[in-house]
Design a binder for this molecule. Structure first.
Ligand code: SAH
Ligand code: SF4
Length: 341
């Protein structure tokens, strides 16, 4: 695989014989979902061959694809150096389409409940590798799924901590929102983070309209730090004040993701401590833990509903994230490729 010339940089070379060719290529990719130059039929065959020699539209290869009973699709991609990443295509009950995209091979944040975390950080993805996942899944949607309205959401909730790969994430978003590319509205993009407070602030100045989701998981400092080491560096109080400042400035409501762990973070004491987040700035999204092991367990269904209704009674804006793709391990925190090499 070639990683030297991105197809979006073809206009910076003299390979294209006519100036309108570049526009034709962008349209074929970002509108019609072509991912191979040989399929761009409105440019001459010999030029297509030459383009295949010097460049490529996506710099990853589909290794496997798993389809869930609920329609969720999980793609395993091989990168040019042999590393693997996973990305997920989801359609919810309201037919909204979401691409869940990875930003790193593995992750170094070490949250104890997350399978990606067990891999450690292998490497950051380049902006082009992140963009390639999106182009690839768009192509799947447009050409294989028969969804032609072209609207989708992107959540950076796949493998990795996007804000730990800051520059490449920022560059990728620039490429996605560009009018000549997908022209996606920033409000359709969500960056999920374990709470790298300084980076969230920096990011919010660059993209005030991109949605921020923070994996909170416990409002109590000692408890949070014991399941999310990042909390030692950015304690709850600091995180809360940074997030409130961002909301004051952007008026962009912040989602707090709250993974529900049995006998750990669902008590009245937790609800009391959550009061620092009981404001218009936040929306709480409850995610029942997706797998159990000797350290952390998924709560019972009635404990989930009771915790949720207690929060509602206290005036929190709270929703529950329903499981998607559980049978193919495509749900939150389940993406892990270390055993696939
Ligand atoms: N690094 C980013 C994005 C990837 S994790 C972050 O931490 O936010 C995406 C989401 O999956 C996060 O909300 C995380 O809290 C959640 N998650 C991780 N492991 C999980 C598990 N075992 N069950 C349910 N959700 C999990
Ligand atoms: Fe990394 Fe997010 Fe998993 Fe934590 S939850 S280990 S930050 S991917």
């Amino acid at each position: 695989m070639k990683d030297h010339l991105y197809f979006i940089d073809l206009n910076k070379t003299d390979i294209l014989d006519k100036t309108y060719r570049y526009k034709q290529i962008l349209e074929s990719v970002f509108v019609n979902g072509k991912i191979d130059f040989k399929d761009i039929s409105n440019i001459p065959r010999d030029l297509r061959e030459r383009l295949r020699d010097v460049s490529e539209i996506v710099n990853l290869k589909e290794e496997t694809r798993e389809v869930s009973v609920d329609g969720t699709v999980k793609f395993l991609f091989r990168l040019h150096d042999g590393a693997f990443i996973e990305s997920v295509f989801l359609v919810d009950i309201n037919s909204n389409v979401t691409f869940c995209i990875s930003t790193q091979v593995g992750c170094r944040m070490g949250c104890v409940f997350c399978r990606t975390g067990t891999m450690g950080l292998v490497r950051n993805l380049t902006s082009y590798e992140i963009l390639s996942q999106i182009i690839y899944i768009y192509s799947y949607m447009f050409n294989e799924c028969d969804i032609k309205d072209r609207l989708f959401n992107i959540v950076f909730m796949g493998m990795g901590e996007g804000l730990d790969n800051f520059d490449n994430l920022v560059d990728t978003i620039k490429l996605i929102v560009k009018k000549e590319h997908f022209g996606l509205s920033p409000s359709r993009i969500t960056v999920s983070t374990c709470g790298l407070a300084d980076m969230i602030t920096r990011f919010s100045f660059i993209y005030p309209n991109v949605r921020i989701a923070v994996s909170l998981n416990s409002p109590i400092q000692e408890k949070r730090a014991s399941i999310m080491p990042v909390s030692n560096k950015y304690p709850i109080d600091k995180l809360a004040s940074v997030l409130k400042e961002i909301y004051q400035r952007t008026r962009n409501r912040i989602t707090l993701e709250y993974v529900l762990i049995k006998d750990y973070n669902m008590s009245d004491e937790d609800i009391k401590a959550l009061s620092i987040f009981n404001s218009d700035a936040f929306h709480i999204n409850l995610i029942p833990l997706n797998h159990s092991d000797e350290n952390v367990k998924r709560p019972e269904e009635n404990d989930i509903t009771s915790f949720m209704s207690k929060l509602e009674k206290k005036g929190f804006c709270v929703t529950r994230r329903y499981r998607r793709g559980a049978d193919i391990k495509a749900d939150c925190g389940q993406l892990c490729t270390e055993f696939k090499k």
